[in-house]
Write a protein that binds this ligand. Structure first.
Ligand code: UDP
Length: 382
């Protein structure tokens, strides 16, 4: 099957990393069309997945934009739409991986009569999107032949926002367990970080207010001095003010010796291997939470914020711990708990690793996607 994948981002967020795994089986007959240049394109090329940057300049549709702004930005993207329509004629199916890709993909689907699939990586609620963008997303998604929601939480929000129940299916992100079965020496990596002998909490996420790095810093202020944290990730979508705030918070709380900002890293697995605990601290509902599964696959204990998709991934006391979003004191208590009960923590991490390797195995997930796409194609042909 010839698939035209569309994604608005030049940077590798979770949706983009997921797309690499989805596009890989179709690498001989697909094209990934991006609306911006950047390191995501390099990652696709490294995997030998055909990729082209289709927009002359990145298009602007901000989450808080009004309908008028939304429509005027549609005006700006005319040449992009024309290009996508022209390319789509060579493909059997259009697969939109992000919201702006949905806008362009829906129009291209209309003009070319190619079926549209939308992979929903977002929770369409007011914490994440303006009413205008939610309505636009749902209206366009309802014209798709299939919506793949990345969790039950994303599916529920889609339905709540007026999405059609007959076209939506839940498919979790897939992971190749072997990639995470590391042989790294945690002690050595801690030494390299200058954190030898410390209890290390890892946070792996782009720096963004709703990802809640500030909650981890606040929790750290309630922990003993030998509890340290690495913040792995960068401000991918222009949240420089938040980065500044985090540095100020570190200074204010006197955490300079306990916190390291490592920026965006492509060696997440080895860094996870060095962690005694991985913390997920999103203050708004997380659509899926790749980092949670990755930590589990690395055999590392996880504490996650109890909302959205995270609730589907972690069962407290069995495969990790859930704490209320935004509650730094409970997070500090969970960190202390893990530290005081190393044997229990180890067995929970082990259980989570086994469960995650089965539930999120890439081959199973890719099979689910392949079946859904075949169904779309058959429906379209009949
Ligand atoms: N990630 C990475 N390097 C970093 C920080 C994060 O490769 O420095 C990866 C992380 O391993 C995960 C993805 O970025 O695979 C983030 O996905 P998640 O679903 O957790 O959050 P999203 O970015 O989709 O909101």
């Amino acid at each position: 099957m010839k698939i035209l994948f569309l994604d608005q981002s030049g940077k590798p967020g979770g949706a983009e990393l997921c797309l690499i795994d989805i596009a890989k089986p179709y690498q001989d007959s697909c094209l990934v069309g991006l609306f911006a240049d950047g390191p995501f394109k390099d990652l696709l090329e490294q995997q030998y997945i055909p990729v082209q940057v289709l927009a002359a300049q990145p298009i602007q549709v901000r989450k808080e934009s009004s309908l008028v702004q939304g429509l005027s930005s549609l005006g700006q993207i005319g040449p992009l739409i024309a290009r996508v329509v022209q390319i789509a004629r060579e493909y059997d199916l259009i697969y939109a991986n992000t919201q702006k890709a949905l806008v362009v993909g829906a129009l291209a689907s209309f003009f070319t009569r190619r079926p549209l699939v939308y992979h929903l990586h977002d929770i369409l609620c007011d914490q994440h999107f303006s009413g205008t963008n939610r309505r636009l997303a749902v209206t366009l998604a309802n014209r798709a032949s299939l919506v793949i929601a990345n969790s039950k939480a994303s599916q529920a929000a889609f339905l709540e926002a007026g999405g059609r129940s007959d076209i939506v299916d839940v498919v979790y992100n897939g992971f190749e367990p072997a990639v995470y079965q590391h042989q790294f020496d945690p002690i050595k990596i801690k030494q390299q970080l200058g954190l030898d002998g410390q209890f290390l909490v890892g946070h792996f996420s782009r720096l963004s207010p709703w990802k809640g790095q500030h909650i981890l810093l606040e929790a750290l202020a309630h922990c003993p001095k030998d509890v340290t944290a690495i913040l792995v990730g960068d401000a991918l979508f222009g949240e420089q003010d938040y980065v500044q705030q985090l540095h100020e918070q570190v200074a204010l709380l006197g955490l300079e010796e306990q916190v390291q900002f490592l920026g965006f890293r492509s060696d997440v697995v080895s860094l996870m291997a060095a962690c005694d605990l991985v913390a997920h601290t999103s203050t708004a509902a997380e659509p899926f939470g790749r980092v949670i599964v990755e930590a589990m696959l690395c055999g590392r204990p996880v504490v996650a914020a109890q909302a959205g998709g995270a609730v589907e991934l972690v069962e407290t006391g069995k495969t990790g711990w859930l704490v209320p979003p935004g509650d730094a004191l409970q997070l500090a208590a969970a960190i202390a708990n893990c530290r005081q009960q190393p044997e229990l923590t180890k067995s929970i991490a082990h259980q989570a690793q086994i469960e995650a390797s089965q539930r999120f195995h890439l081959s199973t997930i890719n099979q689910q996607i392949a079946q859904l796409l075949s169904r779309v194609r058959l429906q379209h042909q009949s």
